[in-house]
Write a protein that binds this ligand. Structure first.
Ligand SMILES: Cc1cc2nc3c(=O)[nH]c(=O)nc-3n(C[C@H](O)[C@H](O)[C@H](O)COP(=O)(O)OP(=O)(O)OC[C@H]3O[C@@H](n4cnc5c(N)ncnc54)[C@H](O)[C@@H]3O)c2cc1C
Ligand SMILES: N[C@H](Cc1ccccc1)C(=O)O
Length: 344
């Protein structure tokens, strides 16, 4: 299709790649193709809980800004669409000891407040509250992102990329949303897995409640079910659920939600995902092949990919707009130009 738009390649079809692709397509300036080894439901993103709440993600100021931008994007474009699988739910983080300090993202979230005493389960004395948080039934939401990406004209190809140079044959601008895959793809040895196990049960609860003081424990109600979590095992590549973790999660969930009784639930499923853990999110431009190719890296979102997804997507597209003009003018591949391959 020759529409003179700039051709963009995104590596990765998780929540980061899909959100970035949708934002780029909505500008009307780009044709967007995604190449991904695994497609939903077989991505880490599909194994998430998932709720809006920053966790295991840095740097605090940028995560705060991206989380706030994502909250706004959800309110404006997502939450009112019943197909999106999302709900507005109050989120509480609770503490067994008084907590003086506030979270690093607090200055960016105007609805943040301290918890009221009547909202605290027995044994807890302090907490945070965000009343306009959102939760999503992850598989429904991921399918919604795929459908939206395609509705905006995006193309998805299931394809493993062993070397970035494969991308440069036909594309001059590539966005790397490969998550943990960046460990090999761009040889970034600072990114590593942080294993998370969750249990999906049939009950529903009135709010999301989290305790992350010693071991993380959470109850996250969704549209069709509730997620109990979780674990955070660094450098653990085991993607199989373990009985020990399931027992631990049930025990901790009973602590934070007393009306939750193990014998009253039906376990619908147990999932494991490997969070793409990094000292901080890598969101930056890189010029390759002697300056003739532009790569935007957008990976390493740890336990907060959904929470910062739209803020990071918007920043990635801003970086493309900002740096694409530094490419040699005759090199930007557009759909109207014949592809290099066809000349070979
Ligand atoms: C148990 C659990 C609960 C979680 N709960 C939440 C939550 O409540 N809220 C929240 O915000 N976050 C949560 N997270 C974190 C969130 O899931 C991640 O931050 C997010 O999924 C990362 O998205 P991504 O698109 O970068 O990675 P992924 O979903 O892993 O996608 C990466 C994509 O890149 C592709 N890829 C990788 N390498 C290559 C290659 N060489 N060639 C081609 N394709 C490649 C993969 O196939 C995949 O399509 C949770 C995580 C876990 C494990
Ligand atoms: N972000 C989710 C759930 C969670 C939220 C807040 C604190 C701890 C965990 C996870 O990575 O498991």
């Amino acid at each position: 299709m020759s529409n003179n738009k700039i051709d963009l390649l995104i590596i990765g079809c998780g929540c980061i790649g899909l959100s970035t692709g949708i934002v780029a397509l909505k500008t009307g300036k780009y044709n967007v193709t995604i190449w991904a080894k695994d497609l939903p439901p077989n991505t880490t993103s599909n194994k998430a809980a998932a709720l809006w709440y920053p966790f295991l993600c840095n740097p605090p100021d940028k995560v705060g800004r991206w989380s706030a931008e994502t909250l706004e994007y959800f309110k404006k474009h997502i939450i009112n669409d019943p197909k999106s699988g999302t709900l507005v739910k109050k989120v509480n983080e609770i503490f067994r000891n008084p907590k003086e300090e506030e979270p690093g993202w607090r200055p960016f979230i105007s609805s943040f407040r301290r918890i009221r005493k009547d909202e605290l389960p027995e044994g807890y004395v302090d907490g945070y509250a965000v009343d306009d948080g959102f939760v999503m039934d992850t598989d429904l939401y991921m399918d919604y992102l795929v459908q939206s990406f395609r509705d905006y004209g995006g193309v998805i190809e299931q394809r493993f990329v062993a070397d970035m140079r494969e991308c440069f044959v036909n594309y001059d601008i590539v966005v790397n949303c490969s998550g943990l895959g960046s460990r090999e793809l761009v040889n970034d040895r600072t990114i590593y897995p942080c294993r998370g196990q969750i249990i999906v049960i049939n009950n529903s609860y009135e709010r999301s409640i989290i305790d992350e003081e010693d071991h993380i424990a959470y109850v996250i109600p969704r549209i069709n079910n509730t997620v109990l979590g979780g674990t955070a095992q660094e450098h653990d590549y085991n993607t199989e659920p373990t009985k020990k973790d399931t027992e631990e999660i049930l025990k901790r969930a009973a602590m934070i939600s007393p009306n939750f009784a193990k014998n009253k639930i039906e376990i619908l499923g147990v999932k494991v995902g490997l969070r793409p853990q990094r000292h901080e999110i890598r969101l930056e431009e890189e010029f390759c092949q002697g300056g003739s190719k532009l790569v935007i890296h957008n990976y390493g979102h740890g336990g907060s990919g959904f929470t910062v997804s739209w803020g990071c997507a918007e920043e990635s597209v801003k970086l493309i707009d900002q740096f694409k003009d530094k490419l040699p003018i005759n090199s930007i591949s557009r759909s109207s130009q014949s592809k290099l391959v066809s000349k070979l």
